[in-house]
Design a protein around this ligand. Sequence first.
Ligand SMILES: [Zn+2]
Length: 260
Amino acid sequence: MPELPEVETIVRGLRKAVVGAQVEKLQVIDPHISLPEKEIIGKRIAAVERRGKYIILRLEPHGSLIFHLRMSGRLLRVCPPGEGKYSRLVLHLDTGVLRFINPRRLGTVEFSDNGFPHKLGLEPLGSAFTVRRLRGIVRHSRSPIKLVLMNQHKIAGLGNIYSAEALWRARIDPRRPANSLTAPETRALHTGIVEVLKDAINHMGTTFSDYRTADGDKGGFQEFLAVYGKTGEPCPRCGTEIERIKQGGRSTYLCPKCQI
Ligand SMILES: [Zn+2]
């Protein structure tokens, strides 16, 4: 699933291409998608923003189109060969098309005339995400720290990949109860989260299979992952074999020696 760096990369790509463009036609192909055409056609796109893993196209003078890509959704300015059949929605703009490709129909698109309608936690790259705020989040939970990091109501945008990588950077075992983290560990975790997200954005995100940038390119951060998907490979820090465990029904990855 695209996480914060992938969604941010898509948003930056779209911003360059669609801000100021006018919506000329709305081609709704998936009957499950219901959008108020009158509120959208003829409007200009004032801004493209990200909140957590959501992509927001703000319309002028009001209203917004909000996309969540979930597992395999894509928002593209180009149509990859053979994938036209998975187009669920096409926005015809005066500068080109924007195509919502959603093979498994897990992604969503909605219209909101009243701001952003979802409750989300802190933006980890925002100024409000301080060590102190992270300390406040972890000290009130006995859940495993990795599950706390993935809780969108606490911190918005971290998923399975970047929470595993941030915990490796901070040398913390993902199974540790959140409230057992010491102050220095919390500080290291804060640094780990912020730095792994920035590094991943610099490499246009991580592509294992479906994720593409708005221009259809793959990300490059899969070359720089330390533990995610690396079962049996040496830890880049100490050489110990990376282990895979199940946590909350999903795989997680850690170095059994240097994550304690
Ligand atoms: Zn290690």
